[in-house]
Design a protein. Structure first.
Length: 222
């Protein structure tokens, strides 16, 4: 059974498999029967720029691949952020197992933050403690010093939570922002023109063949 390799990745072959599984996963983030979306295609193109590259020193021992664009360990911050935010099923077994990949991507905890088998202290002031039953309780500061408690069932769920919190994308402009009407008007005609062009391009065989992929409508599978 093929599984998503767990970063940090020990060799180029693992990096290549991670990359291909991520791209297939992104391809399937639509309903079956829908055409490939323009934004989906553009995201795939960006991820492709950050594909893994073989080690350059030609050593005999397997080495961690590098990002072909960033030259940092693969997956770089861009690929790691996309993979985690999109929900790629990376099978981490504990929060501590996530930390090396976060460090490779330049995502360190706040000063004094740490991750152990029993507790987590991370950015934005939140922390988590493992219970005797194996679940985790996360304390998240809210308004006026109050702390909201969130429970996750096990180590794997806590690992996913930690990764998501570390790469949180926030709200990219203009979503959730006050936009400038003149700036929006400056690009809108060209955007509408490109949308019309895409409606024709998406019908070509190499794109239209992917229409069948994706989740069935109403599919609750995760």
């Amino acid at each position: 059974m093929i599984r998503v390799p767990v970063p940090p990745l020990g060799d180029y072959e693992s990096g290549r498999l991670f990359h291909r599984l991520l791209q297939l996963f992104l391809r399937d983030l639509k309903e079956a029967g829908q055409p490939v979306g323009r934004h989906q295609y553009l995201l795939g193109g960006v991820v492709q720029l950050h594909e893994p590259a073989r080690a350059e020193d030609g050593g005999a021992e397997p080495q961690q691949p590098r990002c072909a664009c960033c030259r940092t360990p693969y997956p770089c911050r861009t690929v790691f952020g996309v993979a985690v935010s999109a929900g790629l099923p990376i099978p981490w077994d504990s929060p501590a197992a996530v930390v090396p990949a976060l460090r490779d991507a330049g995502l360190e905890p706040r000063p004094g933050g740490e991750v152990t088998a029993e507790h987590v202290r991370w950015v934005r002031g939140w922390g988590a403690q493992r219970t005797a039953q194996g679940s985790w309780e996360i304390g998240i500061p809210v308004d006026r010093g109050e702390v909201e408690t969130l429970a996750v069932p096990d180590d794997a769920a806590m690992a996913r939570y930690l990764a998501a919190a570390a790469v949180a994308l926030g709200s990219p402009y203009p979503y959730g922002w006050v936009e400038d009407a003149a700036e929006a008007a400056a690009v809108r005609p060209a955007a509408h023109e490109q949308a019309a062009d895409w409606r024709e391009r998406v019908r070509v065989p190499y794109l239209d063949v992917h229409r069948e992929y994706g989740a069935a409508a109403g599919d609750d599978a995760s």
